[in-house]
Each structure stands twice: as C-alpha cells, then as structure tokens.
Write a protein that binds this ligand. Structure first.
Ligand code: ZN
Ligand code: ZN
Ligand code: ZN
Ligand code: ZN
Length: 441
C-alpha cells in the first residue's frame, strides 16, 4: 500500500514517565525518511583531543583564530566558521584567552565550548532558545551520580572564574546547558569529524534496545532518520542510545549512567533477550540448558537453568564470572587471530555461544577476515572463507532480531557475507574449471 505523503509523518506526544516522544502519524514504509534536520547546536565532545572549532577535525596548533586565539585548521575554517562565529566574537570581546596544548589527548577546556554555544543560543530571542529550553535535563539524577560536580569543575568554574564571565552566566544556567547536551546530544563521527550535536526532532525519539529507525549524520552534520522497518500508524518511533551487541546488564548500566533512565523495553524485560541469548550462560549441570536471570530487570536476582534441571546461581556468582571474562576479552591481543579464535572456542562452552562477550570477538573477526592485510580474500585458505561465512550467518541471525530491517548492523553483515560468498563461488568455479581441464587431457 502506498503511504499518504500529505500526512505529517510523526506526532509528538508526552507522558509523565517518558516526557516527550514521537509516534507514527500514519503507516511508514521501510526506508522512508522520517526526519531530516540541521543541528540545533553542535560542538566538541567532552574530554576530547584538541579539535578545530569550525570543522571538528584534529588540529596541530599551527593556525590560531586571529580573533579569539583558539586553534583552527586554517584561514578557510576561520572564514567558514558557522557555529564558531558567535562564541568567537563573544570571547574576543571579553578578552578571554586560552592556552591549549595540542599534544593533549584529554583536553578538558573543550568541555566548555558546546555548553557556551548552548548558552549563547539560549540567550537569543529565537525558536532555537525555545527548543533548547524545552529539553530534558534530569538535574536531580545528575546530582545523585556526581556528574553535576564534574561539570562544576570542568565547565562552570572555567566559564565563570577562569574566563571571568560570572556576570553573563549563572551556575544554574551553565549546569542546564551541560545537562541539555548530556541528555540529548548525539555523537557525530565521520571523516575525522569528532563532535556532539543536538537535533531538535531526532532527540525526541524514545530509546528502545530494538530500534525501528536508523540514524545517519552526513558530511554537513545533518541528521536523517529512516524507518529500518515498516512502522504502523500510532507506534512509537524509536532509536537506540546504546550498543546492540551488549548484554542487557551492560546496556541498562550504560543507559542509566549516560542517559539517566532505566530501560524497560521488551528486550530488557525478556531473560533470553528475545531468544538471542546475548546474556545467557550454558548450564554446567545438565549441559543442555541455558542459564538466564529469573528477573532480568533485577540485578540481584538468581540465575536458573531453563531446562528445569534445578541449577541455580546467585547474581554475585554470575557477575564474578562475567566481569572476569569481560576483562579477559578487553585485554586480548586483537592482532593475534588464532588467540581470538581460541578465546571464542574456550568460552563458548561456559557462556552461551551467543553471549555478548563471545559475540563481540566474533563480530571483530567477521570484519577482519577478508579486509585486512594477511587476511585479504585472496590470501585466505578455503577454511577461513567458510569461517567468515559461518560468522556472518550466525551474527545475521542475531541482527535480524535485534536490529531488524535496513539497519547498519544488518547491512554491514550482509555486505561481508556477499564478499565471502563471492570468494567461495569464484573458488568453486575455478576448481570445476580445473577438474574439466584435467579430465579433458
Ligand atoms: Zn577546521
Ligand atoms: Zn575564533
Ligand atoms: Zn532495553
Ligand atoms: Zn541445566
């Protein structure tokens, strides 16, 4: 059925639990563009290496803005300085000078730039101010977990005292700007660009650990949101703020720490993660069953075998095993392909073969085979080509459930599978040709 293009694609709704969110105002087809927008505010990330305040690429310190003294790429970036202009004039007028060591990897003074841009935008009488003022801040939670204090030192004190701008910005206003960014910004990473950006409509999408859209940020830092799957009229339009291949425990922890909420999506509520078993262990008692948490939303709940063999483990025991194996996975030598394969082989027996700790290594190898020196398609023995195909298929089974439709994960894996299958087909054809030549001589 053809979608009715005259209807607005989405509606904004509001609930006490979720704040504002978007729902489909009509049936949306897979692949349809739902949102396309310019950044409302864009700026450097926190704790970044020094970047150009115009294009967000790494700077070496050889060119300093002739107005405000911050490092930029060159004269060109100073002339095109769309988002830099407002703060540049403001900082120059207030005689704020900064010393930046361009060798530093963790240059905290950049933490102040995006909040300053947000503050300057909020001080304008404009639609931009109204949009920013209406955004979520989760102030009390930021206080509880200490982010408030971190921002106080890294941003509030720098802007108010080091830069001597107390008369322009109150503590509360600066904290609000930091909060608006922390809660609502998307990461911008493309072609060496490293930034964070607020998009006024896209940031209203609710989170779901199985999102129904795919977001893309183009070379001009514009956001487009497409339907990854068909979305029916009245359904929520969702994105994911976390990593698809992480386990429920890790995703929920990440969401709580960075976005300040407890995810209660269908995937998080299901102990088997929609039968993908990204969190599961293999039962050491019956060896057939799968061990999952009895209450997936409760970090203290016991884990039991789904095979009714009465095997039970405490949450602390499971945490110890998973923490230990996660540490092992994090400290693997990722150049040692044989070592990675033996890690998968060894721990797939204790963990479920789909456990996220194992799946992370599988995904890495799936992308490595066929794409890096010494493992290029022409250099791989048949067995490794088959291994790549098997890994792609295994991961696609997971991707079809957790990032369905035309998602990035699905499309990456499909293209890797095509690469490996083409190599396999070429080899089969060459073998057949050889056989024919042999029999005819
Ligand atoms: Zn630049
Ligand atoms: Zn400047
Ligand atoms: Zn969830
Ligand atoms: Zn069992």
């Amino acid at each position: 059925m053809q979608a009715d293009a005259t209807q607005p694609v989405y509606l904004t709704k509001r609930s006490p639990e979720m704040g504002r969110y978007l729902v489909a105002n009509r049936d949306i087809e897979q692949g349809e563009v739902i949102i396309f927008e310019e950044p409302l505010v864009i700026g450097p990330k926190q704790a970044t290496y020094p970047v150009c305040l115009s294009c967000y690429r790494r700077v070496d310190g050889s060119y300093l803005c002739t107005d405000c003294g911050w490092p930029l790429c060159d004269q060109q970036c100073q002339t095109d300085n769309g988002y830099h202009r407002a703060e540049c004039q403001f900082l120059a007028a207030q005689h704020v000078s900064v010393q930046i060591n361009t060798q530093e990897e963790d240059c905290r003074v950049y933490d102040c730039v995006a909040p300053l841009r947000t503050l300057l935008a909020m001080s304008e009488l404009s639609e931009r101010r109204d949009l920013l003022s209406s955004m979520e801040t989760h102030h009390s939670h930021r206080r509880d977990i200490g982010i408030w204090d971190v921002d106080h030192v890294a941003v509030v004190d720098v802007i108010r005292h080091d830069w001597d701008l107390q008369e322009y910005f109150s503590q509360q206003d600066i904290q609000t700007a930091c909060a608006v960014l922390e809660v609502n910004a998307f990461e911008v990473n493309h072609d060496g660009v490293n930034a964070r950006s607020i998009y006024s409509v896209a940031c209203l999408m609710a989170h779901d650990c199985v999102p129904n859209t795919v977001c893309n940020i183009d070379a001009q830092n514009r956001m487009s949101v497409k339907a990854a799957v068909a979305i029916s009229c009245g359904s929520m339009i969702t994105t994911s703020y976390t990593f698809t291949l992480d386990s429920t425990q890790r995703r929920r922890k990440h969401l709580k720490e960075t976005k300040f909420f407890d995810c209660l999506c269908q995937r998080c509520c299901d102990a088997s993660e929609l039968s993908t078993h990204l969190s599961s262990l293999t039962c050491p008692k019956c060896c057939q069953g799968v061990v999952v948490p009895q209450q997936p939303l409760d970090d203290t709940s016991d884990w039991t075998c789904l095979n009714d063999c009465n095997f039970r483990m405490s949450a602390q025991q499971v945490d110890r095993i998973l923490d230990n194996l996660q540490r092992k996975a994090d400290s693997l030598n990722y150049d040692d392909v044989a070592g990675l394969e033996s890690f998968i082989d060894k721990w797939s027996k204790l963990l479920h073969p789909n456990n996220s700790i194992v799946v992370g290594v599988k995904y890495y190898l799936c992308l490595l085979y066929g794409n890096v020196d010494d493992y290029l398609v022409d250099q791989m023995p048949d067995a490794l080509v088959q291994r790549k195909i098997a890994l792609c298929k295994e991961l696609l089974d997971i991707a079809h459930i957790l990032e369905p439709g035309s998602s990035k994960l699905n499309e990456n894996l499909q293209s890797e599978l095509k690469l490996a299958e083409a190599a396999q087909n070429d080899r089969l054809a060459a073998n057949q040709q050889n056989q024919l030549e042999k029999t005819s001589t």
